[in-house]
Design a protein around this ligand. Structure first.
Ligand code: ADP
Ligand code: MG
Length: 341
């Protein structure tokens, strides 16, 4: 199908905590289109997080395993345009028949239905027809069905029938894996620390992550292997906003929490859970050594504690660095990441 981009496959869709449910539901749907309770399958999440890729991977996988299945991928916007055209040309029947003949329909970005009542009506009928015939419907959207505004209730209620699975921002490890995969696919090799640097600093959106690497390569006239960290930092200045910014306590907190996989809010809370206390103490220790903040400011930042708590935290961390090899490795690791920013 010309509508499906063959580059969007499961194989190059990196799995992480951010997409595990959506990915495995997509895989189940691809193996048994129309034959699971995930109908419709709704994939939702923010811009550049991989909705189109995953939705198309499902379509490509179905075409690969059962080539004669009729799979259509269409953006909601294009569908709306086609509907308006068919009104103008008196070809509504053809339009509806075309979609109702499909085995699988993948509609991208259904939030764009907002306000378009007539198109929603038509899609409502197509949806019902396909669903009743056991055909598979896959939708993507920038919000969960319950948060979609401007859609008719009866259509929304259909959207909630199957499974809604969200895509989150990938964590650091997944971002590194995505970059590596892309690098190998393009036959490029960049030093590990450059990959780490990019993955570290571009942390909100996969499209931008890839964009940063493309820009890095485009600007480089050198052998790719000669792109070192200093060069990468310079080249990506435009991409990475806080390159020359001072290290903030907020950033330290974010880094430490990401490292130990603890929720950021917990560090500032009163909890005495071991791993939280550890994250809090390391954050305080690093704030003391890497920012100009006073003990008082540090204490206040990490949950309204007083300066003696900060002194105690720093002492504890220093003692543990002396006595506990694993702990020392943790702190070194985090410190390395801190210096990359
Ligand atoms: P969305 O439709 O949510 O805006 P896209 O599907 O267009 O996002 O994804 C943006 C880019 O990021 C694409 O190039 C896509 O291949 C890539 N991408 C997103 N998630 C992943 C992932 N988990 N593994 C590999 N590449 C990904
Ligand atoms: Mg998209």
């Amino acid at each position: 199908d010309p509508q499906l981009n063959p580059n969007y496959t499961f194989d190059n869709y990196i799995e992480g905590d951010c997409n595990r449910l959506a990915r495995s539901a997509g895989y189940a749907v691809a193996a048994k289109p129309g034959g699971t309770s995930f109908n419709p399958l709704m994939i939702y999440g923010g811009v550049g997080l991989g909705k189109t890729h995953l939705a198309q991977a499902i379509g490509n996988e179905i075409k690969r395993s059962v080539p004669d299945k009729l799979v259509i991928y269409v953006s909601c916007e294009k569908f709306c345009q086609q509907f308006v055209d068919s009104l103008k040309n008196n070809t509504i029947n053809d339009f509806v028949n075309f979609y109702q003949a499909m085995d699988v329909i993948i509609m991208d970005d259904v939030h764009n239905f907002a306000g378009k009542e007539k198109t929603q009506d038509i899609f409502f009928h197509i949806f019902n027809h396909l669903h009743q015939s056991g055909k598979q419907i896959i939708l993507t959207s920038d919000k969960a069905p319950k948060d979609l505004a401007g859609l008719e209730e009866r259509l929304l209620s259909r959207f909630k029938w199957g499974l809604s699975a969200d895509l989150q921002v990938p964590d650091l490890e997944t971002r590194v894996a995505i970059l590596k995969k892309k690098m190998y696919a393009d036959g490029i090799e960049l030093p590990g620390e450059v990959i780490e640097y990019v993955a570290h600093n571009i942390d909100n959106n996969v499209r931008e992550l890839e964009g940063a690497m493309v820009s890095l390569l485009a600007q480089s006239t050198l052998n790719k292997k000669d792109i070192d960290l200093a060069l990468a930092k310079q080249m990506l200045k435009n991409f990475i906003k806080n390159t020359s910014k001072e290290i903030s306590m907020e950033y330290i907190q974010k880094l430490v929490c990401e490292y130990f996989e603890v929720p950021v809010e917990m560090v500032k809370s009163q909890t005495r859970k071991r791993e939280i206390v550890q994250a809090r103490q390391i954050s305080m220790y690093l704030s003391k050594s890497h920012t100009k903040s006073s003990l008082k400011t540090i204490g206040a930042f990490f949950g309204g504690r007083d300066h003696s708590t900060v002194i105690y935290a720093c002492q504890t961390v220093e003692d543990l660095i002396e006595t506990d090899k694993k702990f020392k490795a943790y702190v070194n690791d985090i410190q390395k990441k801190l210096k990359m920013s």
